[in-house]
Each structure stands twice: as C-alpha cells, then as structure tokens.
Design a binder for this molecule. Structure first.
Ligand SMILES: [Mn+2]
Length: 286
C-alpha cells in the first residue's frame, strides 16, 4: 500500500488485492514476433501511465469506475526470444487469476499474448476478436507463434465455430481460403458500416455466452490510433467501438486483452488504450 503522499504505479492507481477484485489488470510486455513496427513491450507501462490521468468517473456513461474492484497484478516476466516460455508464463498467470475467481484483463504486448492467455482457460470461452488483420496464417517466416498467426492458433485450441473476427480489411488470399475451409466466422470492414446491424450480427454469435474479448488496436482507423505495430488504412472510430461494446451487456465476460500498441510511434494511442479498458469494464458492469 502506498503512503499518504505517494502512489504505486498501477493501472488507475488501484491498490485492490487480487482476492478482493472482480477484474485483474496484467501486462504481458512481449513483442518478440513483431514484423514491422516493434515496441509493443513498452505499452504496458505507457497504458498504466495514461490510465492514471483519466477520471474515475465516466461522465458520458454516468458511471463511477471506483464501483468496480480492479487489481493490478503486475507484468508477466517475459522470456524475450523464447515465445514458448512466455506462453507458459502467461497461461499460468491467467490460470492463477482465474483460480482466484477474478476476470483477467491483459495488456500487450503483441497479439500473440491473446493465444497465450486463451491457453490458460480450462473451460474455453468464445473468442470475440476485433482486428484489421485475419491473423490466420499457419506460419509466418517459419514461425507458428507469430502475431500473424494468432487467430489460427486460437482456432486450433477452441475450433473455428467458437470464434468471431470483426473489422477485417487485410488478409492473404490463402488465409481467406483456409478460413472458408475451416468455417471461421468473420465480418469484413465493408460489412461493419451499419453499427446497429453489426451489433445484431455479433450478438447472434455471443449472446448469453462466456466471452473472451480481444482488441487488436489496429482495428481502429490509424488516424485514431496511430501508435500501432501494423497500421492498416480505414477502420473504426473510438466512438463506434464504444457503441459496439454495448454487446458486452449481454455476455458473461471471461477475460479480455488489448494488444499491438507501440508507444514509441505515438504518445496518444496508450491514452486511447487506457480509456478503452475503462469502457470495456463499464459496459460489463452496467
Ligand atoms: Mn492486427
């Protein structure tokens, strides 16, 4: 516990213990397979720093975040250059959080940490992922634990029928053929223009289910979130994503992550990430 005039460097300055929390923030500063703009390992610190500057009261949602008990469980000690060991450490940390009856909220790091986290669930939840990229390659540059293969690895874990990918605007022809062959549910960005219709489509898959939510920050328009590892033109505004997150009121949140922010390219995107975490928690609690 901090003193009278000191604070601990935690998400939102929170000091709640894991045992008293409903949600646990946990960083995974791993960016070992990044293929373009690296530096997502610095996002766990940058997002915490930004979170400390955001009001606990969400005026637009008329909701006080202090009503939600949130613990900061620290960062996984990453074994750089060793994705297998990092997977083991991340999945075991997620299991620790789940065993305490708490919902894990992971901060990346690259998108691969999402697959690492899903590996820690004994009872696998539905996987709802927002991403500009399909990430459905079987391997990328001889690396099966590449961030370009995240959704493919999750599919092997839980089956394509338990995944919905939203906002896709980039994929190889072969990835799309594999996705069709394996029956992967995905909604391209062209089919995301009508937000109300999109919410209906998402709820059709997730309503009433245990859901793990994964947000790759490159699903946003790069004008909104410039500090991402693989920027992809077009994409959602922050307001649109907040609107879409209304679907969380009708699911049981099993866990979530936000990934792929590289703060060295932009100091605003971590603010967007921190605010997005707050919005997810508020939507789940209303
Ligand atoms: Mn992506």
């Amino acid at each position: 516990m901090p003193g009278l005039y000191t604070s601990s460097f935690t998400f939102g300055n929170r000091t709640t213990d894991l045992t008293d929390a409903r949600y646990a923030i946990c960083g995974v500063p791993f960016d070992g397979s990044e293929t373009y703009r690296t530096g997502s390992r610095f996002a766990t610190t940058a997002i915490r720093e930004a979170s400390r500057e955001i009001e606990d009261f969400d005026m637009l949602e008329d909701f006080d975040l202090l009503e939600i008990p949130i613990a900061d469980y620290g960062d996984v000690i990453v074994s750089f250059g060793n994705a297998e060991e990092t997977k083991k450490r991340t999945s075991e940390t997620v299991k620790e959080i789940l065993d305490a009856g708490v919902v894990p909220c992971l901060i990346g790091g690259e998108h691969t940490i999402s697959y690492f986290a899903m590996s820690g669930f004994e009872k696998k939840p539905f996987y709802l992922v927002f991403d500009a990229h399909l990430d459905f390659r079987d391997e990328y540059i001889e690396n099966r634990l590449s961030h370009a293969c995240n959704t493919r690895r999750v599919q092997e874990l839980i089956g394509a029928e338990n995944i919905l990918v939203v906002g896709i605007r980039s994929a190889e022809k072969e990835e799309l053929e594999d996705a069709e062959k394996l029956g992967l549910n995905y909604i391209t960005f062209n089919d995301c223009k009508d937000i109300d219709a999109l919410k209906v489509k998402i709820l059709d898959k997730v309503k009433g289910r245990d859901v793990y939510l994964s947000i790759d920050m490159d699903v946003f328009d790069p004008k909104e979130a410039p500090g991402v590892c693989n920027p992809e033109p077009q994409g959602f505004t922050f307001g649109e994503i907040v609107d879409i997150l209304d679907v969380l009121k009708d699911v049981r949140m099993a866990g979530f992550d936000i990934t792929e922010i590289s703060p060295i390219y932009d100091s605003y995107t971590p603010v967007l990430g921190a605010k997005l975490i707050n919005k997810v928690l508020v939507k789940c609690s209303k």
